[in-house]
Write a protein that binds this ligand. Structure first.
Ligand SMILES: [Cu+2]
Length: 443
């Protein structure tokens, strides 16, 4: 019940519903749920999903939980945007957001809409209030930051407050303090923040890395704000808290340096039984449409079937466009991602966390480029640098059809997705409720 259209199920038909049931095993942390059909999540079908456990190592270190969902925001619905993106008119440039939101809020100067890349007829309200989070002096907060956006990565900070990172994508980390944290689409971080400053109001800042966009959008103010309000501070719209002056360790369009994040539960990198090189690139066809190719294949979803259902029936050869790599009894899988594109891409693997052995710009040379093997970062979404590489390994221990894709939604629509079929013999034993497979024929 992974929810991926054309992979783990068919889309839920209009007016129907589906209840997802699954078992949590030895897993906790910060996740999010979202529609995995077309670009629906960009229009708002998403939310946080937090798994708590008494076994969490950092449980005693904070007093309260705060969720912050951070996203880029378009003043035009995603349907027309993706139609434009996949037409010659875009010249392969992604739609650039008009604004950004924290927990669904930001303040926008509506006059900027006049300069937007995409004219919008939507209603705009000037000077809407910012999201406000309450602090009590002396308490420690665990902030769970989730990038639920379509395209933009952000640099995140809170004025005068350090962020002690303790979790990345559901994996507990050894604490590391930063002033600023980069976060790409679909990534999650938890960090501890101490309410140890003078009682007052402080800005939360998330700045979009506009250098990662192909073209500018004059309507966009890349700085997204929210407010930390200490109990006892005056309630006011205008206050002066200042941004960190040192830019810190956050490079643009890239993740936090690998040597900063070490899993709390230390595990050496598993030895790979098999290694796949996965190269990706954008190419413009003779029709002028720019598509994404992974090892030469541009994915598009099955509309009335799911590769999981095919696998369950014992089918072993899938349609080429589905780009399924079959993993029989392989134990540990290594993927060497090679990015031929001049933009960075946050790759996400369903059904697993992977170990990140290394990433960098330029060429990866097997056996020569150094990799982290002692206690590599583990997470489920990693940014592959522009014209660069990333090496990950995962355990093939979860039967199913699992997508591996760039989480920039425009890139998924352009075909930047592939699938791993884990443990086919076990999939054949799956009992799939008929009311769920019945959705495939429904209109
Ligand atoms: Cu991408």
């Amino acid at each position: 019940m992974d929810g991926t259209r054309g992979v783990a199920q068919c889309a839920i038909p209009p007016g129907q519903s589906m209840t997802y049931k699954y078992t949590i095993r030895n897993q906790w942390g910060t996740y999010w749920w979202h529609a995995h059909t077309a670009t629906q999540y960009v229009d708002g079908i998403l939310g946080p999903l937090i798994v708590h456990s008494p076994d969490e190592p950092h449980l005693g270190e904070y007093d309260e939980d705060i969720i912050m969902m951070l996203q880029d925001y378009y003043h035009t619905e995603s349907g027309p945007l993706v139609t434009w993106f996949l037409s010659p008119a875009s010249k392969g440039n992604e739609p650039v957001p008009d604004n950004g939101l924290i927990n669904g809020r930001n303040s926008f100067n509506c006059s900027r809409d006049a300069q937007a890349l995409f004219p919008t007829g939507n209603k705009c309200t000037n000077g809407a209030p910012l999201a406000t989070f309450k602090f009590k002096t002396g308490l420690t907060y665990r902030i769970r930051l989730i990038n639920t956006g379509a395209f933009a990565d952000f640099q995140f900070s809170i004025d005068d407050h350090m962020l002690t990172v303790i979790e990345a994508d559901g994996v507990d980390m050894q604490p590391v303090a930063v002033q600023r944290l980069p976060i790409h689409v679909a990534q999650r971080y938890s960090f501890l923040v101490q309410a140890n400053q003078t009682v007052g109001n402080y800005y939360v800042r998330a700045t979009m890395n506009t250098n990662c966009f192909d073209v500018p959008n004059p309507a966009l103010d890349p700085l997204v704000k929210a407010v930390i309000h200490y109990e006892g501070a005056p309630v006011t719209q205008s206050f002066n808290s200042s941004d960190w002056t040192v830019s810190g360790m956050a490079p643009e369009c890239l993740d936090l340096a690998l040597d900063m994040l070490h899993p709390y539960d230390a595990q050496p990198a598993p030895t790979a039984d098999v290694s796949y090189q996965i190269s990706f690139i954008f190419k413009t066809g003779s029709n002028g449409i720019n598509l994404a190719y992974i090892n030469g294949i541009s994915w598009s979803p099955l509309m009335t079937d799911a590769t999981l259902y095919q696998a369950q029936k014992g089918i072993t050869r899938f349609d080429t466009t589905q780009h399924v790599v079959v993993l029989n009894n392989t134990n540990v899988v290594e993927i060497v991602l090679i990015n031929h594109d001049d933009g960075s891409h946050p790759f996400h693997l369903h059904g697993h966390t992977f170990s990140v052995l290394g990433w960098g710009k330029g060429k990866y040379i097997r056996g020569t480029t150094p990799l982290e093997l002692t206690n590599p970062l583990r997470r489920d979404t990693i940014t592959v640098p522009e014209k660069g590489w990333t090496v990950v390994r995962f355990m093939n221990d979860n039967p199913g059809l699992w997508t591996f894709h760039c989480h920039i939604e425009w890139h998924v629509q352009a075909g930047m997705l592939m699938q791993f079929e884990s443990l086919p013999e076990q999939i054949k034993k799956f009992q799939i409720p008929s009311e769920i497979t019945a959705m495939c024929g429904a209109k």
